[in-house]
Design a protein around this ligand. Structure first.
Ligand code: KG4
Ligand code: ZN
Length: 337
């Protein structure tokens, strides 16, 4: 087989990242410049600041990724860039930088849907085998997806309101934890207890959809009431109770999907795939098929996953995109097929 060396570019939110990946598996470099410390002061990502930071960092990140990979631009066969969904100002920086390199070195370019990147992050350590079930849990998405082959995404269900990561971040904010709250809630959960027994929304709904906004409001309202009554509480118990409710629903829905569809493996994708509680519960409760998670560094936004996804997209559609390729804040997953 001839090697396919792909340069990935990811700028959909607050991480500027460029990576070089060989044959959709071997990561030669993966440079991630995070803006978390800048957005922390505002309690969340400020889109205008994010775009400016991407502009400031992108050239440096390209240079570092090439240097660390040990290859030259001339050796690259394909550029894969996140075209959406995400913050439009941020996406445009990555897309235009990628197009510039593509034109300059005459390298074909392909647009990648951000969520397919999260899914394909799993291929770095474990070969994806089909059919498979993907549980996508990120800051903007919560979905169960059936894949019967490479680059074919059948959405079985999705959140009707908040994404899991979004609910994590909002609960963390109310508890006064720094942005991004998901990892903080995860950390505190480990020393807390499920004393509040929050509702498990839609756990028996009979479909593969999710809802987290009611649960989030429930947690926030209880916190508000305790504060008003000046009652003492432990943040770690809030975190643990919330995390148990969320992970019970995610695991139950995945198990239901496994009853309905015969698959070879379950993969978990997106920032919340880093969650220790979710990892432990998925692994202990699902034993009929292997359950895989990306390595922690490939769970949250990074360009390696975009390069991997671009590799398989290119192999499937057998042609690159043209220079009309553009950023798109809203993008349907199957537009990526
Ligand atoms: O996939 P991602 O990096 O960005 C999006 O595409 O949205 O996911 C970011 C989300 C944030 O909401 C963050 O709080 C959450 O993933 N997250 C976690 C953990 N690590 C990141 N949530 C729960 N537990 C974690 N350990
Ligand atoms: Zn993401």
């Amino acid at each position: 087989m001839i090697d396919l060396i792909v340069l990935g570019v990811e700028t959909s939110c607050d991480e500027t990242s460029v990576s070089v990946v060989k044959n959709g598996k071997e990561v030669l470099s993966n440079v991630v410049l995070s803006q978390i410390d800048i957005h922390k002061a505002y309690g969340g990502v400020v889109p205008e600041i994010a775009s400016r930071e991407h502009v400031k960092g992108i050239t440096y990140v390209f240079d570092q990724a090439i240097q660390k990979s040990g290859i030259q631009y001339e050796d690259i066969d394909l550029i894969a860039v996140t075209e959406g969904p995400g913050l439009i100002g941020s996406l445009l920086i990555g897309v235009n930088a990628a197009k510039t390199i593509s034109l300059n070195y005459n390298i074909p370019i392909i647009g990648v849907h951000h969520i397919t990147g999260h899914i394909y992050a799993n291929n770095i350590e474990h070969e994806m085998q089909f059919p498979l079930l993907a549980l996508v849990v990120s800051g903007g998405h919560t979905e169960l997806i059936l894949m019967k082959e490479h680059y074919h995404f059948q959405k079985l269900g999705e959140t009707q309101d908040d994404a899991v990561g979004e609910a994590y971040d909002k609960v963390a904010r109310v508890l006064g934890l720094p942005y991004p709250g998901g990892p903080q809630v995860d950390k505190l959960s480990a020393i807390g207890h499920d004393i509040y027994h929050f509702p498990r929304p839609m756990i028996d709904s009979g479909d593969f959809n999710f809802s987290f906004s009611g649960l989030k409001s429930h947690v926030i309202n209880l916190h508000h009431n305790l504060e008003q009554r000046k009652e003492t509480y432990k943040a770690e118990d809030f975190c643990r109770s919330f995390q148990e409710a969320v992970t019970d629903v995610l695991v139950a829905k995945t198990k239901n999907a496994l009853k309905a569809y015969d698959v070879k493996q379950v993969i978990v994708a997106g920032g919340v795939a880093a969650n220790r509680g979710l990892r432990a519960k998925m692994l202990s409760e699902i034993t009929s098929v292997p359950v895989y998670f990306p390595h922690i560094q490939y769970c949250t936004d990074n360009a390696a996953m975009i390069a991997v996804s671009g590799t398989f997209k290119y192999q499937k559609q057998k042609h690159a995109d043209d220079y009309y390729l553009n950023g798109s804040s809203r993008l349907d997953l199957n537009r990526g097929e």
